[in-house]
Design a protein around this ligand. Structure first.
Ligand code: MD3
Ligand code: FE
Length: 216
């Protein structure tokens, strides 16, 4: 059969199973990119990006803020989920509808029905910013998945195993990709390599990552 223009220009399907419980949904967020970016602007107008200090006293290269009932924060006393933004001393901005809906839809697509995130951490990477290898262990309940949405410049994501020394896969995550991490992958070590410089048509020289969690 003759190929149509659409066939010729359609790119590879980018849905990918990284491991048991870890699914990349390539471009899943693209249909909502405009409303997601408006929502990021609304949240960050009320709870600005800031560079948190690690318990060890280092300034994180990734700038962060939150929305939803709980926000992830770090300071000299440790990591925690806090209902109050320590910068503004106000509750975090509410979770925008488009965030909650997209996260629930992505989770349901890979078999986690009824995912209702309480916390959305918004990470902003500028060229050179990175996230060292870590586990997400500050949540009380590991049954719920974590959903992450990548926007802006591409990043190289490191996905390891349950031990720090386990071999890591490198995965390129691009604008619009959504990843659902659950089940056996929930406690895997992961990180992000230093962001390469670039100029994204919508976001310029940055990458924004949304991470949706059930904290309690
Ligand atoms: C794999 N953020 O904020 S989200 C984080 O791109 C964080 O900003 C990264 O890791 C970022 O903690 C990656 C993807 C992610 C989140 C949680 C995971 C991957 C995960 C939990 C287990 C395994
Ligand atoms: Fe993490």
């Amino acid at each position: 059969m003759q190929k149509t223009m659409d066939d010729l220009f359609e790119s590879e399907p980018r849905d990918l199973r990284l491991a048991d419980g870890a699914m990349v949904l390539g471009g899943f967020a693209l249909a909502h990119e405009a409303s997601l970016l408006v929502a990021v602007r609304d949240v960050t107008a009320r709870a600005p990006f800031r560079h948190l200090i690690t318990p060890g006293g280092y300034r994180m290269s990734v700038a962060m803020t939150n929305c939803g009932r709980l926000g992830w924060v770090s300071d000299r006393s440790g990591y925690r989920y806090d209902p109050i933004d320590p910068e503004t001393r106000l509750p975090w901005p509410p979770m925008p509808e488009v965030f909650a809906t997209l996260a629930a839809k992505a989770a349901a697509t890979v078999g986690f029905a009824g995912f209702a995130p309480e916390a959305c951490l918004i990470n902003r990477y500028e060229p050179g910013a990175k996230l060292s290898l870590h586990q997400d262990k500050d949540e009380r309940n590991y049954d719920a998945p974590i959903v992450s949405v990548s926007l802006g410049l591409p990043a190289t994501f490191l996905f390891g195993g349950l031990a720090r020394g386990d071999k890591q896969q490198r995965i390129k995550l691009i604008h619009g990709d959504v990843v659902v991490w659950g089940g056996p992958a929930r406690l895997a070590y992961h990180g992000v390599l230093p962001l390469a410089d670039g100029d994204h048509p919508l976001l310029g020289r940055q990458r924004i990552n949304l991470t949706f969690r059930k904290a309690g």
